[in-house]
Design a protein around this ligand. Structure first.
Ligand code: 4AZ
Length: 581
């Protein structure tokens, strides 16, 4: 049915449909995760993707930075409202707040113009793309070679079609009299074609680029249509192929796997294969830039661009953003032991682990997260007892205190306002340490903060993580030295705990046979997971569980990622934000 319609277009306006991506086999297996789709993720969902350097992540959404929040380094840029900005980031942040002003050119404004138009025979929304670059006097056509929906989406947005392109059109026969064409390359996130990079080329046999922009009366693909979050309909076979067909990336953010030519990030997103090992982090989980030693890096040879490379400028800005140091041990990893249950920890193995002493005993664990701050479980502490707690860092055996031991008093205890002592919901608390003296900070020797996960997609079920603490053994035996064990993140924990388990706020971890588990006294302590680059995140806080070491009742932990905003409200964003600041 659809094919007939395409042929009609071909006859009427002499455009054909560009080749559909070839998928191996007849029907690609459905790669879309429907439950995730219901969450309506887009390129602005900073739980799934990184924000642009001119944005920051607030409450899970990328929002515009103010221009002064941009790094100061950079060169001048001109916007379409005739204003010169001192950096690309400042211009983009201004545009983000005032979308009518867009990027025009690199360098101060000169009054030269940039224009995109469609040379059409049929509908206004379709035709050959013509551009007049700031750098050139004449308008030129765009080469078909390298023209894909990525660039077509940008061209249509530039022309005032907010949903971008419906499809690219193959226009080999027209216009024969032009001698040269412009090759264009975009990232797909640009708001104007002026931000893409152009090179001048002799047209090859493929001819010139055409596009049909997406309009209100563009009909949905006949069967197997995928509805983008922005309302656009695309063919279902274009979901999870690494190409941002929707324009808001919603077709690539809920994928259980990816089609050929794209790379599957552990966070469930598909990115173009050429982004793998390109030196820029694209997956929030970091897996696109891991194990790159053997991978051939794409040749960095740059053709003779007519226009500046704004994608390179965007990457450069990223390198000026502040970085945070957490989750990386100072010493080279000491004795990496194989998995065993409840192994004794050694000096420097868990430099974020702290003990909370109340009276004569260690009642709970905690995790150092930077500055003067310790994260623990709400059920471990009481606000009015703050002055009776002592926090011990670098402790291994409390019968034989080691020389590195740091002892700190507590200034303040902050318990989550929705902590429920009956259900253990929101079992999370912050402890602010007293400074050792007026002019000193809280820095404790040999202590390293664990990173706070900013997204619940950083680690997936079955990931192997580590718990540690001075808690009781299975037979309720007391323990004096720090022990650790490896556990798996467990999926569908309501199977074990039914309505007592709250997916958004809690996470389960354990082993098949229950041999490794947290227990009484471990509460408040860390469940940490390492990412592909060996950076350690505090994924959970030991909270509750039915007994200890029972395979049918895994340990339940407070899901720290769910409390990123709560923590940052109290400790300050800059202390815990690694990205999207
Ligand atoms: C507790 O009583 C406790 N097996 C902590 C963790 C677990 C059970 C009990 C998980 O503090």
């Amino acid at each position: 049915m659809k094919l007939v319609h395409f042929t009609l277009v071909l006859v009427c306006v002499s455009f054909g449909v560009s080749r559909l991506p070839v998928t191996s086999g007849s029907v690609p297996r459905d790669l879309v995760d429907e439950k995730c789709l219901a969450e309506k993720h887009t390129h602005l969902s900073c739980n799934k993707v990184f924000c642009q350097p001119w944005q920051k992540c607030i409450g899970g959404t990328c929002i515009c930075k103010l221009p002064y929040q941009c790094p100061k380094n950079g060169t001048a840029m001109c916007s379409t409202n005739g204003r010169t900005f001192s950096t690309y980031c400042q211009l983009k942040s201004f545009e983000c707040l005032h979308p009518e002003a867009r990027f025009l050119s690199s360098g101060p404004c000169t009054g030269k113009e940039f224009r995109v138009s469609l040379q059409h025979k049929g509908r206004d929304s379709e035709g050959h793309v013509q551009v007049k670059l700031v750098e050139l006097e004449e308008s030129m056509y765009i080469c078909q070679d390298g023209w894909s929906l990525t660039q077509a989406n940008v061209a249509c947005r530039d022309l005032g079609y907010p949903l971008g392109a419906a499809q690219t059109l193959d226009t080999s026969s027209f216009p024969a009299n032009s001698t040269e064409c412009l090759h264009v390359s975009c990232r797909g996130i640009e708001t104007s074609l002026a931000e893409c990079t152009f090179t001048q080329r002799k047209p090859n046999a493929q001819g010139f680029a055409g596009v049909a922009c997406y309009t209100d009366d563009t009909s949905a693909p006949a069967k197997g249509s995928f509805q983008c979050v922005n309302g656009k309909h695309i063919s279902r076979r274009k979901a999870c192929d690494g190409v941002n067909d929707c324009g808001d990336q919603s077709d690539e953010l809920c994928c259980t796997g990816c089609q050929d030519n794209s790379f599957h990030c552990k966070s469930g997103i598909c990115i173009p294969r050429q982004y793998r090992c390109n030196g820029e982090l694209d997956c929030i989980t970091g897996d696109d830039e891991a194990d790159c030693d053997g991978e051939a890096r794409p040749c960095q040879e740059k053709p003779d661009f007519l226009t500046p490379d704004m994608d390179a400028e965007r990457q450069r800005i990223k390198s000026f953003l502040p970085t945070l140091s957490c989750g990386v041990k100072q010493s080279s990893p000491s004795r990496r032991k194989r998995v065993v249950g409840g192994s004794p920890a050694h000096k420097g193995d868990f430099p974020w682990q702290v003990a909370i002493r109340y009276g004569d005993s260690i009642t709970c664990g905690g995790t150092y997260i930077g500055g003067c701050w310790i994260l623990t479980a709400a059920h471990c502490v009481k606000v009015n007892k703050a002055h009776q707690y002592i926090v011990l860092a670098s402790l291994i055996d409390w019968l034989k205190p080691n020389s590195e031991l740091s002892v700190r008093y507590v200034n303040k205890v902050i318990i989550h306002e929705n902590y429920n002592g009956t259900t253990y919901q929101n079992d999370i608390a912050l402890i602010e340490l007293k400074k050792p003296s007026k002019h000193k900070d809280c820095q404790m020797p040999e202590t390293v903060p664990a990173c706070i996960p900013w997204s619940p997609y950083l680690f997936q079920p079955n990931h192997k993580c580590i718990i540690s603490g001075w808690g009781r053994e299975k037979d309720n035996e007391r323990v004096f030295s720090l022990k650790w064990g490896q556990v798996n993140l467990i999926h569908n924990c309501s199977n074990f705990y039914q309505r007592r388990y709250h997916e958004k706020e809690m996470v389960c971890a354990g082993t098949q046979d229950g041999s490794i588990d947290a227990c009484k006294g471990d509460s408040g302590g860390p469940l940490v997971c390492q990412d592909v680059n060996n950076v350690t995140y505090l994924w959970g806080i030991v909270s509750w569980g039915e007994n200890c070491g029972k395979p049918e009742f895994p340990g339940v932990y407070t899901k720290v990622a769910n409390y990123f905003d709560w923590i940052s409200q109290h400790v300050g964003r800059s202390l815990i934000s690694q990205h999207n600041v």
